[in-house]
Ligand binder design. Structure first.
Ligand code: HEM
Length: 167
């Protein structure tokens, strides 16, 4: 005799109700927002954070537009090496206003990286043409490239540095 499905049996009724409940939860997921920020994934799996996390947009900078990104007042910190702009905000201890390498913040750091010096003389004034770096010795270029690789592995590349009058 073929097994029959007896809906009258309490266990089957309970199972059927449970299946219907599970299916409707999948098809019509709850969109109500919890009243407080969930601290584990089961409570807050499908809803949006209050604000979008900060995004980094690739941009073209000039020495003048890069300069404000020096980390003052808690702002972002950018620096450039060989025309590539890195977002080094995560390294605020190094590049923040009181950091050991704070001179590089908002500036073209190429020469300082090449010559292993954070002296102010390493920096080109922001109203001057970009440092051509053509007087650097091969070992200094190598040193700068080593730093470039360090930065490329650690920080986000977020732009390109061009001459003040290029944009
Ligand atoms: C008194 C000499 C110096 C000491 C004691 C020193 C010490 C340090 C220390 C402890 C770190 C952290 C390394 C890490 O945790 O990854 C570091 C990183 C660094 N140092 Fe120096 N340093 C000195 C000189 C210099 C000079 C002259 C420069 C100039 C270019 C320089 C540029 C850097 C840079 C760019 C970093 C990487 C920071 C980062 O990863 O964002 N340092 N240094």
């Amino acid at each position: 005799m073929a097994p029959s499905f007896n809906l009258g049996a309490p266990v089957n009724t309970a199972l059927l109700l449970y299946i219907l409940y599970s299916v409707q939860k999948i098809l019509l997921p709850s969109t109500s927002k919890p009243s407080k920020v969930p601290n584990e994934f089961r409570q807050g799996y499908s809803w949006l954070p209050k604000t979008h996390p900060p995004t980094v947009v690739y941009q073209i900078y000039t020495p003048k537009t890069l300069a404000p990104f020096n980390g003052e007042n808690g702002g972002r910190i950018l620096l450039a090496i060989q025309g590539t702009v890195f977002d080094v905000t995560a390294g605020r201890n190094f590049y923040g206003p009181n950091g050991m390498y704070g001179n590089f913040a908002g500036r073209d750091a190429s020469r300082g990286m090449a010559k292993q010096s954070f002296d102010v003389e390493m920096l080109t004034p922001i109203d001057q043409p970009l440092d051509k770096l053509d007087d650097l010795k091969p070992d200094e270029i190598e040193n700068m490239k080593g730093w470039y690789d360090h930065f490329a592995n650690k920080y986000i590349i977020c732009g390109k540095l061009v001459e003040n009058d290029a944009i």
